[in-house]
Design a protein around this ligand. Structure first.
Ligand code: SAM
Length: 245
C-alpha cells in the first residue's frame, strides 16, 4: 500500500512516520510513503502557496494551482484506484470501519491543509473524499494524516507481529478492549485478576469478552446500541452488571 501526503511540512510527516509500527512497515516495504510539497509546484520567486480570502476576513487560504500540480505529480506513482482525501474538520468522521475500508485501497493521497484551509474548488475538483479525525480543529492536516497512516498501516497483513492483535483492539468489532496486566502480580493492594493467572484459555477468553462488553457498557453505551450482541454476549454482560453490585 502506498500513501502520498501533500504537505507544506514534509519533514514533520517523515519524522513521525519513521517510528514504531509505521517505521517498520516502511522499512519492510509493506507501506510506501511519498511526500509532496506544494511549494515545489510554484513558479514565483517567493514560492507562494497561499493568498488572502475573497470577501475579506482573517487568515490565508491555500491556493488551487500548487495543490493541484502536487496531486497530479503524486498520482503518477499510483494505480487507477488512487483515492485523494482532504483531511478536514468538516469531513466524514474517521472510524475503525472507514480505516478498514481504506486499508483495501492500494494508493491514498492525503491532503494536509494549513491556515484557514484550502480553496474550495480544489476540494470539489481534485478530492474524492473529506475525512475528519474529530470534532475539534488542529492547526494543520499533518497530524491528521499521520493518524490515518498509522491506523491503516496496523491493519495491513504482516505489519503487526501477532496477526490477531489488531482484531482484539478497541473498535475493531464495535467494542472496547478488555483491561491488560503485566508483572508484578500486585501493585498497591491491587492484584491481577485470578482468572488470568490460571492458564485456562477458555476461561480467560470468556473473562476478556465479559470485560470488553462491560467496559463498553460503562464507557461507550452508544457503541453497544449499534451492536447486535449474541445470546452468549448478552449473558456475559448481565453477569458483569450483577458482579458490579
Ligand atoms: N477553517 C477551517 C475550518 O474551520 O473548517 C479549519 C482550518 S485548520 C486551522 C487547518 C487545517 O488543519 C485544515 O485545512 C485541515 O487540513 C486540518 N485540520 C484541522 N482540524 C482537523 C480535523 N479535525 N480533522 C482533519 N484535519 C483537520
Amino acid at each position: 500500500m502506498r500513501f502520498g501526503v501533500v504537505t507544506l511540512f514534509p519533514e514533520m510527516v517523515a519524522a513521525a512516520a519513521a517510528y514504531g509500527v509505521t517505521g517498520r512497515a516502511i522499512e519492510r516495504n509493506i507501506v510506501g510513503l511519498s511526500l509532496w510539497n506544494p511549494r515545489d509546484y510554484t513558479s514565483d520567486r517567493h514560492r507562494t502557496v497561499d493568498d488572502r480570502p475573497y470577501g475579506g476576513g482573517p487568515g490565508m487560504v491555500m491556493k488551487y494551482q500548487p495543490l493541484h500540480d502536487a496531486v497530479i505529480a503524486a498520482k503518477q506513482e499510483g494505480t487507477e484506484s488512487t483515492k485523494v482525501v482532504y483531511l478536514s474538520p468538516q469531513g466524514k468522521p474517521v472510524t475503525q470501519a472507514l480505516l478498514a475500508d481504506a486499508s483495501k485501497t492500494s494508493h491514498i493521497i492525503l491532503i494536509a491543509g494549513r491556515y484557514e484551509g484550502i480553496d474550495e474548488r480544489f476540494v470539489e475538483l481534485d478530492c474524492d473524499d473529506e475525512w475528519s479525525i474529530g470534532d475539534y480543529v488542529i492547526s494543520g492536516g499533518e497530524l491528521a494524516a499521520l493518524v490515518v497512516i498509522d491506523a491503516v498501516t496496523r491493519l495491513l497483513p504482516g505489519v503487526l507481529g501477532d496477526e490477531d492483535s489488531a482484531q482484539q483492539d478497541s473498535h475493531s468489532d464495535g467494542l472496547l478492549d478488555c483491561p491488560h496486566y503485566t508483572r508484578p502480580e500486585q501493585i498497591a493492594e491491587r492484584l491481577v485478576p485470578e482468572v488470568l493467572m490460571g492458564g485456562n484459555h477458555k476461561d480467560i477468553e470468556r473473562w476478556r469478552m465479559k470485560q470488553a462488553l462491560g467496559r463498553t457498557w460503562q464507557r461507550r453505551p452508544d457503541l453497544l446500541k449499534r451492536k447486535n450482541l449474541s445470546a452468549e454476549q448478552e449473558n456475559l454482560l448481565k453477569e458483569f452488571i450483577v458482579e458490579l453490585v
